[in-house]
Ligand binder design. Structure first.
Ligand code: G1P
Length: 298
């Protein structure tokens, strides 16, 4: 089973940095953002590879995930064994690449990975966000198993005035993750059966306040539907629109997650906050990070 990470975007929110460095390679501490997403994608049992949907303009991503034995040897020869190991780990991750030549939307990006996902269900992880404890996709896989392999998405509550930035679900709460039986309908651990989806609705048209956070476990049928999916919101081929058609044929579930479980890296401010959060949580960085802030008055 594969996990797909769309990564063909231009990164305009990070210009000018992304003029020369793909946004996926911006670091959080010492690792590129996309490596956290790849490692998260490999956490659920059964995921044996990650397919990155890249653009030809960003060959640096592929080179980052390639082996570089010569460089590793150089590091070993200079007594930098831990660094050599870190370089080795990045090159040894089971990552493959497909290329999206025209940015035609998220649905189109996912479709580009069809030759790699084959006739199995697959995960999609949007790369502007990662979950340090890597549990979200694992929980989604459990819900899917309980429903005969149904598609499952992660959702979280969003204020009414922000619904038009996201895909929003309609549905009913049907059950809970183990241990979350007392959670409210929009609280982490509640599980909904999805009956409808709308991409970026106006506030008055939103069927709920639960938005798609960017983690999907999808039935292989979605690839066939994407082949005939026309453009939707913003003139783009929307994954959400193909999922609406999938709902006519198959069941779909949504797990309510705590958005704070994940770290946002989609804007410079969110990325900076994520670096701070990860530094404060990491015993290797915490002390030096706090010391680095010094007595600066904010
Ligand atoms: C995409 C999806 C949307 C989802 C969002 C999460 O939108 O189309 O349904 O809620 O990601 O970040 P985008 O942010 O690419 O416009």
């Amino acid at each position: 089973m594969k996990a797909v990470i769309p990564a063909a975007g231009l990164g305009t929110r990070f210009l000018p940095a992304t003029k020369a460095v793909p946004k996926e390679l911006l670091p959080v501490l010492n690792k590129p953002v996309i490596q956290y997403v790849v490692e998260e994608a490999l956490a659920p049992e059964g995921v044996d590879g990650v397919v990155i949907v890249n653009s030809r303009e960003k060959p640096q991503i592929e080179s980052y995930f390639s082996e570089d034995g010569q460089f590793e040897q150089y590091l070993h020869d200079h007594g930098k064994d831990a660094e050599a190991e870190a370089v080795h780990e990045a090159g040894a991750l089971p990552v493959s690449f497909v290329y999206q030549d025209n940015p035609k939307g998220l649905g189109h990006a996912v479709l580009c990975a069809a030759p790699a996902t084959g006739d199995e269900s697959f995960f999609v992880l949007l790369g502007d966000y990662f979950v340090p404890d890597r549990k979200m996709c694992v929980e989604m896989a459990e819900v899917s198993r309980a429903h005969g392999g149904a598609s499952v998405i992660a959702v979280a509550p969003v204020p009414a005035d922000q619904v038009s930035r996201y895909g929003i679900i309609a549905g009913q709460r049907t059950e809970s993750l183990a241990g979350a039986e007392s959670a409210g309908d929009e609280e982490p651990g509640a599980v909904w059966q999805v009956t409808g989806l709308v991409e970026k609705p106006a506030p008055q048209d939103a069927p709920s306040h639960l938005f798609i956070v960017g983690r999907y476990l999808l039935s292989p049928r979605i690839m066939e539907l994407l082949e005939t999916q026309g453009p939707g919101k913003g003139g783009e081929i929307q994954l959400t629109d193909a999922m609406v058609r999938l709902l006519e044929e198959e069941e779909m579930y949504a797990v309510v997650v705590d958005p704070n479980e994940g770290c946002d890296t989609g804007t410079p401010a969110a990325w900076a906050a994520t670096n701070a959060r990860m530094a404060m949580k990491d015993p290797d960085y915490r002390e030096a990070f706090v010391e680095g802030l010094g007595n600066y008055k904010f």
